[in-house]
Design a protein. Structure first.
Length: 380
């Protein structure tokens, strides 16, 4: 398809020949000279600020200044719309790999500054919190670098893909003293689920719960398919469900045992918690796409509860059955988790999820992969 390759210096002549018909061509390429050793290629990264008056620092009324590393589909649909509507949050800086993505995020959500340089966000001293919403394999390193700046950090799941990454994060927390870390385990903040737990009560002797996840198949070009780089689907997403079960039972995971299902991505994991509770997670990709994505069933002390896809919650107690529906549609808790994170950063209050819980949940998620490999239960 390429008729010829010409030096860029001859571009004017080439265009003239194409216009006159003297050069019949399907496709033409121009070659550019390599840069001299003392004239390196310029970085394509740039910072694009918007003139905006900064709020006064050191006052309780100053909005939280948030920086984002990554502004892909999840950030743009589940996080940024909520943050943009919060009066106590200022979207200060966004950095993405592609300049167009950064510009779009700046235009849609009103970021004061847009760039294509992760370091620009990490070194921005005006920020109070850094949000990391990038691909899974980058999370642990970015969390360590962000914590080292002394700022609060919000990272989407997973926190880490391996034990070594998790140990490195723990070392950074210990060395810097900065434990202001939040992972986007949003389901424990879902209003309907919070109401269901309140109505169900905290069992004295533990409970039994089952979480069914109808995950569905991946698109052929999904980056999730690069398991060697991004980890397995369950390693990337399973922390959501382990965290929810830990919150529901009021305990931390102690041991996991997992077996693979019909499909390579299918996982059936049993989690034993410190207080004696048992939770099972059935993560399947071979189900019907019209079946509800997530259902949670729990039982204890003669009571039963069922959550249907964050749309309906039912409690059975004695001869009574009580059902409630979500107002305003499905709400998996993103807005509430962001509100609580912002409040904790601004006021110095504890993080919405204790660090011990974040580490234990991540460790249990990694242990599921270890159990699949070893064929035996793995301690958390």
């Amino acid at each position: 398809m390429v008729t010829g390759v010409f030096p860029v210096e001859k571009a004017t002549n080439v265009y003239a020949d194409l216009a006159s018909g003297a050069m019949p061509a399907v496709g033409v390429l121009f070659s550019y000279p390599a840069p001299a050793g003392d004239n390196p290629v310029r970085s394509i990264s740039r910072v694009v600020p918007v003139q905006r008056q900064a709020p006064p620092r050191g006052t309780s009324t100053r909005p939280l200044a948030a920086g984002f590393i990554g502004a892909g589909n999840y950030a743009s649909s589940m996080l940024l719309p909520h943050l943009a509507r919060m009066a106590d949050v200022s979207l200060a800086h966004v950095a993405t790999v592609r300049s167009l993505s950064a510009a779009n995020a700046q235009r849609r959500f009103g970021f004061a500054t847009a760039s294509t340089d992760t370091d620009a966000v990490l070194s921005d001293e005006s920020l109070d919190a850094i949000f990391i919403v990038t691909r899974h394999h980058t999370h642990a390193d970015l969390v360590c670098r962000a914590l080292a700046t002394g700022k609060a950090v919000f990272v989407e799941k997973p926190l880490a893909l391996t034990k070594e990454e998790l140990d490195r994060i723990a070392d950074v927390v210990a060395n810097t003293g900065n434990d202001r870390l939040m992972v986007g385990f949003n389901r424990r903040f879902a209003p309907l689920l919070v109401q269901m737990k309140s109505r169900f009560g905290q069992p004295a002797g533990g409970s039994v719960a089952r979480y069914l996840v109808n995950a569905g198949r991946l698109d052929a070009d999904s980056w999730y398919r690069n398991e060697e780089l991004e980890g397995s689907r369950f390693t990337g997403e399973g922390g959501h469900f382990i965290d929810t079960l830990g919150w529901w039972t009021g305990s931390l995971p102690e041991e996991v045992y997992a077996v693979r299902g019909v499909d390579h991505d299918d996982v059936h994991a049993t989690v034993q918690f410190r207080n004696g509770s048992i939770g099972t997670i059935t993560y399947v990709t071979v189900g019907n796409p019209r079946y509800p994505k997530e259902t949670l069933d729990a039982a204890a002390d003669g009571r039963s509860a069922r959550l249907d896809n964050f749309l309906k919650a039912t409690i059975w107690t004695g001869r009574q059955r009580s059902a409630r529906r979500s107002r305003g549609g499905q709400d998996k808790g993103q807005r509430r988790e962001l509100e609580l994170f912002a409040k904790a950063v601004r006021t110095g209050a504890p993080m919405p999820v204790p660090l011990e819980s974040l580490v234990a949940t991540t460790s249990a998620t990694i242990a599921v992969a270890d159990s699949l490999a070893s064929g035996r239960p793995e301690r958390v």
